[in-house]
Design a protein around this ligand. Structure first.
Ligand SMILES: N[C@@H](CCC(=O)N[C@@H](CS)C(=O)NCC(=O)O)C(=O)O
Length: 202
């Protein structure tokens, strides 16, 4: 299978981490939807990345659907709990929280790259506040545990880590490590994993 994406996209990073953690054979193709010559709109009618193209040319989107599909391909590890419905819900909810952080951080980024006179400061404040609340919530939920859910790494960890890498990239002034030291310690563990090192090195 082939994954179309860009190195900066947090949604793409999440899917790459799933592929790498589960050791699933794939080809990662950098393809920015807005670049002339992009193939993204030909495979995903929404024109968005990540877009996963299966060997029979089926295109899978968007990132939660891709992650859930990939997790069915093997159990090593199972990134979404199989048997326990509540644990499964908590992991999917953790992914939704992280995706929401990504959505708001992307919205802030899109606002900030507009000409200054066209930027809507209220929009920036609204989304930045959402990011701050979501980080506080994630920190509170994590507490002093090693992983977001149970005692193994799950999709909730990979999604949250992807959101935080994106915040470091686009909002380096946001000092979330000082505000939430427990998230900082947890993030350092994930950042050291070969999967994250691979996504950070490209
Ligand atoms: N909810 C989608 C969001 C995907 C998304 O918005 N991706 C952005 C890149 S970060 C994109 O492709 N934007 C279209 C563009 O840049 O033209 C997902 O989880 O896959």
């Amino acid at each position: 299978m082939k994954l179309l994406g860009t190195d900066a996209s947090p949604y793409v990073r999440k899917v790459r981490l799933v592929l790498l953690e589960k050791n699933l054979a794939h080809e990662y193709l950098v393809d920015a939807p807005r670049d002339p010559g992009s193939h993204v709109a030909q495979v995903n009618p929404l024109g968005r990345i990540p877009a996963l193209i299966l060997d029979d040319d089926t295109c899978v989107y968007d990132s939660p659907v891709i992650a859930e599909y990939l997790d069915t391909l093997n159990d090593s590890p199972a990134l979404i709990p199989r048997g326990d419905a509540l644990a499964r819900m908590r992991v999917k909810r953790g992914e939704a929280l992280a995706d929401g952080i990504m959505d708001s951080a992307v919205a802030v980024r899109n606002e900030r790259i507009r000409p200054e006179e066209k930027q809507e400061p209220n929009n920036i404040v609204l989304h930045n506040n959402a990011v701050s609340r979501a980080l506080a919530h994630a920190s509170e939920q994590l507490g002093e545990r090693v992983w977001c859910e149970g005692n193994v790494i799950t999709l909730a960890d990979l999604a949250l880590a992807s959101a935080l890498v994106y915040l470091d990239l686009r909002q380096p002034e946001r000092d979330w490590r000082s505000t939430h030291p427990n998230l900082a310690a947890w993030f350092a563990r994930i950042a050291a994993r070969p999967s994250m090192q691979t996504t950070l090195s490209t």
